[in-house]
Every structure is written in C-alpha cells, then in structure tokens.
Design a protein around this ligand. Sequence first.
Ligand code: DGL
Length: 277
Amino acid sequence: MIDVNSSIGVFDSGIGGLTVLRQLIRFMPDEHYIYLGDTARVPYGNKSQSIVRTYAEQFTRFLIAKNVKLIVVACNTVSSVALDTVRNIAGDIEVIGMIEHTSYAALRTTLNNKIGIIGTRATINSNAYMEGIKSIPGGENMKIISQACPLFVPIVEEGLINHQIAYLAAQEYLSNLISENVDTIVLGCTHYPLLSRVISEIVPGATLIDCGEHSSVAALRILAEKNLLRKQSASINQKPEIEFYVTDIPSIFYEQAQRFLGFPIDTPKTIDFKDLV
Ligand code: DGL
C-alpha cells in the first residue's frame, strides 16, 4: 500500500545522485529518503545499455521492497537508457527520471532556440534529451547540440572543480556549443552542477539547466497531486531524514559525499550483491 509516510527512493550509479537528493530536500525537507548508490560499479556512463538496465532492475526491486512511495532515478545515464525498465517493474509507484522535466525547462528557457546538451557517453549516445525536447510541442524547431564530456565525472570526483584541468576540459568539450551560440545548456549528468562556475565562465551567455532542480519540482508536484506529501515538521532546523545504502565504501567516500550533498553523511549501510535480485 502506498502510504503518505513511506519514503522517497532515490538511486544513482554512485554518489552523483546526491546533487539530486540535495534538490529534493530543498523542495521537500519533511520527507524521509532512501538513497541507494552503486559505488562498487560506478561509473555507468561508459557502460553498455544492457548492463545499465540490469543494474537498474536490481535497484528498483530493492526500493520496492522498502515500500517507497516514489522512485527518483537520480542518474541521467539510467534515465536515458533504462527508465522504461524501472517503470515496468515499479508498476503503480510513480517514477521520475531526469530527462522529461529537464527537457521542458530547457525549452522554456531558450530564447534563440539553440540548446546544448552535455552528459556521459551513454546519455549522449542514447539521444534521450534530444528526443525528449523534440517530442514537446515547439521542441521540433530547436537546434540541439549534444556533447559527451567523459572527463567531467572524474574531474569532479577528484575534487578538481576549480583546477586548471577543469577549465581545459570545459574549453575542449564546449567549443562546439560556443560556436553554435547556444543560449541554454542542459547539465545532463549528476556531477555537472559542481562544474557550473567553470561552465559559466567558458560559455558566459548561457543559462544552465540543473536536472536535479527541475526533477525535484516535478516530484513535489506529483506527490502533492496524489496527497502523498508528509506533514510539515514542527522544527525548521530538523536534520533531513535519509537512510543511505551503497555497494561499497571507497576511501574518499565521505569527503566526496559531503561535497555533493553539501553536508556530512551518516554511515551508510553496505548492500551485499547477494541481496540484489
Ligand atoms: N550519475 C551519472 C549520470 O548522471 C554519472 C556518473 C556515471 O557515469 O555513472 O549520468
């Protein structure tokens, strides 16, 4: 039974989805969250569609067993190649991916009808954002320039967001977007909001669209429509309620998690792969 007090399940290939969780908490601070990060098998961005689908199936089943009221696929790669898989398994439970609401936001933002999409190789090769935008009325007139930026994820994970290496990579990857004069850039990967400053310096005229922000607003709206939002808590300073699960705890896990989430994380539970079906 879907219950107002059930948790919101959030999953990602690793810790990148914490940028999405951060936005979810911003819009829905009174909810209880279950965050699941596949830290043992990250990154997904260079993997094949079929293996990403298998991982997505396992995590969806895990969250359903936790009786969640909503599943947020807080990974652009999974949202691009396996959202239908997640939805099929989730049945009546609402599923929010990163593509749909972010595509709407990009379309509403552009003034010159030129939109840049950046993401992992898997996300860009899937054309999910391009198709997402083109399928919205008015979207067929958009000029879309897509660019995979595979070095951005390791740069962010190594904490090099203000290092020269980030600027060099951004110059290299974003040169097409600049020459095509895009005025809107979809940050189509969980890690990229942490590179916003660098990207804005390299493409100063462009508005950046954060997938976590727009998907979180959609999550809020859907839960409100279904009367599934928890009651507002009495204390405004209450710590967000999050239960963390990961498949491994790498040595720099806590440092990275804090960077992505904005506050320190409690000790996560480690999932044994034997428990994933
Ligand atoms: N979370 C992934 C995404 O948003 C980036 C990291 C990865 O490649 O797994 O596409």
